[in-house]
Every structure is written in C-alpha cells, then in structure tokens.
Design a protein around this ligand. Structure first.
Ligand code: DX5
Ligand code: ZN
Length: 215
C-alpha cells in the first residue's frame, strides 16, 4: 500500500520539525489540501505555504486542489515540482483538455470525485489520468467519518480501470484509520491519504508503517 499523509493535520507552527520526521518516515507522498472557501466551505493554505513546504519536503508531492477553476494554477503547481496534481471532476467543464494541459506541464494528472459523484462519470477520461482520488468524506475538513459507500465505488473503479486498460492508481481520502484501511486494501485501493490518523499523534511512523503493510 502507498501512503500519503495529509499536511492538513500537521502543526503549522512547526512545519520544519514536522517535515524532519516526515522525511525520515516510510511515507510515499505528502498530500497537500488546498481549499478556497468557494468550492469547499473552508480555507486552508495557498502557494506561499506550498512553496516553503516543497523546499522542506524530500518526498513527492500530491497536491489536492479543492478550488474552483483549478486550471488557472497548473503552472504554479508545476513550479513546485509536484508529482500529482489532483483536480476535482466537479470543478471542471473541459476535463479532457485540462488533464492534457496538466500532463504537458510535466505533472501527473489525477482526477478527484466527491462522494456524490458516480464512478461512471470517468468513463471517457480514465485513460487520461495517472490516478483517481475518491473522496471518502465530503471535502473541506479533516477528522470526519468514513462514508462506507466508498468501498463499492472502489470496486466499480477497479472494474472500469480494467475494462478500459487504464493504469490509474486508486487513492482514497478521508476517515482512513486502523478500521477503514484494511477494508480499503481488500477492495483494491492503491494509495491511502491519512491526516488526523498520522499527524499530531505520538507514534506517526508506526501508523504510517501499519498502513503501508496492508496488502
Ligand atoms: C479533506 C481533505 C483530506 C483530509 C483528510 O477535505 O481532502 O485530505 O486532510 O483528513 P482525515 O484523514 O483526518 O480524514
Ligand atoms: Zn485531500
């Protein structure tokens, strides 16, 4: 299992210290939650913070943009040297064009679905993305409860990926913990985002390792 801890639950007064232990951990990516107060009912952090984090972090960045018009920020995300650029399906009209622009900018395009958006909406773009992020909570806040219907969506997405010959990874975001992670591994998730389960706890590295050791 690949693991992407979410900075949203970190101590923002001690980003340097948080990145020190994080760089030594077995995490695969750093997940960065950008919120604009329009697409989601909350505001998190923007590019000045992302730029500093990108300097401090030695692992690939997984940027999750919970914003309207994410296509306006492709070059800024590319300048961070990010790995994945996650854009919400619900925030776009011209999905195909934007995903291609993201790839042309040297980033790995990823598309994110809110809990209420069905998997079949991805039928015509599944071969354009390197990852699909299924939200297992309504985006905007950390520490929420996992929505069980996500498990069925992972199964449907696995099928769609196989049917279309896509290589996309399946990432899950929200409410990942010791109870939900094994269920997600069983249905075929590839990458788990974990915020409050990993940051702000006494034994973060153990928890990352525990998630990594799943299937
Ligand atoms: C929620 C964010 C998540 C959040 C997950 O809108 O996209 O990445 O940090 O937090 P937990 O793991 O605490 O549910
Ligand atoms: Zn996220």
């Amino acid at each position: 299992m690949l693991v992407a801890p979410s900075l949203l639950a970190a101590d923002f007064g001690n980003l340097e210290r948080e990145m020190q232990w994080f760089n030594q951990s077995s995490a695969d990516y750093l997940h960065l939650d950008v919120m604009d107060g329009v697409f989601v009912p909350n505001i998190s952090f923007g590019f000045p913070v992302l730029r500093r984090v990108a300097q401090l972090c030695q692992k690939p960045l997984d940027v999750h943009l919970m914003i309207v018009e994410p296509q306006k920020f492709i070059s800024q995300v590319a300048q961070l040297g990010a790995h994945f650029m996650n854009v919400h399906f619900e925030a776009l009209t011209h999905h195909h064009r934007v995903l291609q622009q993201i790839r042309e900018a040297g980033l790995h395009p990823a598309v994110t679905l809110c809990p209420s958006t069905p998997v079949h909406m991805l039928e015509d773009i599944i071969t354009e993305v390197d990852m699909v992020l299924l939200m297992s909570v309504n985006p905007g806040f950390g520490g929420q409860q996992f929505i069980p219907h996500t498990l069925e969506k992972v199964r449907q997405l696995r099928q769609l990926i196989a049917d279309r010959g896509s290589h996309a990874l399946i990432e899950i975001d929200g409410g990942v913990n010791h109870q939900t992670a094994p269920l997600l591994a069983e249905v075929g998730a590839d990458v788990l985002v974990a915020g409050s389960y990993v940051f702000g706890v006494p034994n973060p590295q153990e928890r990352i390792q525990e998630l990594k050791s799943l299937g």
